[in-house]
Design a protein around this ligand. Structure first.
Ligand code: HSE
Length: 436
């Protein structure tokens, strides 16, 4: 059978990796897919780069319109990134009846509902395994492998850059800014590094997983997002002393009141497997009612790990493109007319535990004042440490871990604690999850 023709938009890091993996493993991929998969057209503004990678084996153009409008192309891979141009070409490719594979989590988290609706109308597939956690086949796992389960929650380290920064801060005792520069030098960071360190990239990926896990539309605008830029050495050390590690986690959980959708630095017990995911690696923990907890680990970025996911989508599409569109795996795991309108909970309504650090004057009654505030708001203390004052100092750090409470309650408590005359400065609050 003649090969399926693929058009590639963007032959940068992941595009180059995709070209190489397809070429290197062509024979086995063909045996798996049932026919060859060949990139026959490439669009990239950098023609010299495109020529160098493809070695004259594909038609080249600087204009993506040439690829999405090419009648010989069956599948378009979008690796341009960003929202505007990428969206335009994905929708054009779909309108022209082409299947699409994309690694663009920002695009899907913000415009995925529109893109999937267009694809469904046209009877084409949109593959996006590469959009979440790079090479880890988490979309496949959630959408197919765990399909028997009622998913209860997902917690993931899904931004390699921030995990690298947190790992280096802990291991080398370095400050945030110094490590960020190193991450950028190593090329892990997004084009806009704010997306990595402010949790936006993780929230994009979490939004996609949440939609698939719970059968709801993408609702990135409702995700709570807090990054790692304000974390200090002090908190990393205190957390360690209490048996916890701080990770930037994306958490989505089903509750009777609605769905939690939140990205923030989180204390997790150091003994958990996921607490030991270091450097740029990613890991996603999924709790299903039947299977229990399962964990998926691997490279969340990089040329060939991400290409591994892109090519897997190409193989899926090659196997399924002649199938009746109604019998294919739905984009969001649930049939499109079965998506639920379940509420995404505002952060105020989320329930979790907390690490609180405050600096107080070291004299009788101070602790009683603080614990009274917590007790009045029905917040139960799980553990508490008071550090020794430094030589000649009259103030000490107090660290408290609370049992589960609502974010609204802890906000009220923090405001009251900060208003106490014996408390200096702000209370540091970091959320804590036992993940058991
Ligand atoms: N910038 C992302 C990360 C990689 O650091 O994980 C691609 O999603």
């Amino acid at each position: 059978m003649k090969p399926i023709n693929v058009g590639l938009l963007g032959i940068g890091t992941v595009g180059g990796g995709t070209w190489d993996v397809l070429a290197r493993n062509q024979e086995e991929i063909t045996r798996r897919a049932g026919r060859g998969i060949v990139i026959t057209a490439v669009a990239d503004k950098d023609q010299a780069r495109a020529r160098k990678i493809t070695g004259g084996k594909a038609r080249l153009s600087a204009d993506a319109n040439d690829v999405v409008g090419d009648p010989d192309i069956d599948i378009v891979i979008e690796l341009i990134g960003g929202y505007t141009v990428a969206k335009e070409f994905v929708l054009k490719a779909i309108a022209n009846g082409k299947h699409v594979v994309t690694a663009n989590k920002a695009l899907l988290a913000t415009h995925g509902n529109e893109i999937f609706a267009a694809a469904q109308k046209k009877g084409v597939m949109v593959g996006f395994e590469a959009a979440v956690a790079g090479g880890i086949p988490i979309i496949k796992a959630l959408r197919e492998g765990l399909t028997a389960n009622r998913i209860e929650w997902i917690a993931g380290i899904i931004n390699g850059t921030s995990n690298f920064i947190l790992t280096e801060m802990r291991d080398k005792g370095l400050a945030f800014d110094a490590v960020l520069k190193e991450a950028q030098r190593l090329g892990y960071a997004e084009a806009d590094p704010a997306f990595d360190i402010e949790g936006v990239d993780a929230a994009h990926k979490l939004t996609i997983m949440s939609a698939i896990a719970f059968g709801v539309p993408m609702q990135f605008e409702k995700a709570y997002t807090e990054g790692i830029a304000r974390l200090t050495q002090q908190d990393i050390r205190y957390a360690e002393e209490l048996g916890y590690r701080i990770k930037l986690l994306g958490i989505t959980r089903r509750t009777p009141e609605g769905i939690e959708l939140r990205v923030h630095p989180t204390l997790i017990p150091a003994k958990r497997l996921i607490a030991n995911v270091e450097g740029v690696m990613n890991a996603v923990l999924v709790k299903g009612d039947a299977v229990g907890a399962t964990m998926y680990y691997g490279a969340g970025a990089g040329a060939e790990p991400t290409a591994s996911a892109v090519v897997a989508d190409l193989v899926d599409i090659t196997r399924l493109h002649t199938a009746d569109p109604d019998n294919r795996v739905p984009h969001l795991a649930f049939q499109p007319d079965q998506l639920a309108g379940t509420r995404i909970l505002p952060m105020d309504e989320v329930t979790t535990s907390y690490y609180l650090r405050m600096r107080v004057v070291d004299r009788p009654g101070v602790l009683a004042d603080v614990t009274r505030i917590l007790a009045d708001l029905s917040i139960s203390i799980d553990a508490m440490v008071q550090k020794e004052p430094g030589a000649g100092e009259e103030q000490v750090d107090i660290i408290m871990l609370t049992h589960q409470t609502r974010e609204r309650q802890i906000n009220a408590a923090i405001a009251k604690i900060e208003a106490l005359p014996v408390v200096t400065g702000k209370v540091t609050r970091i959320r804590l999850e036992e993940l058991n």
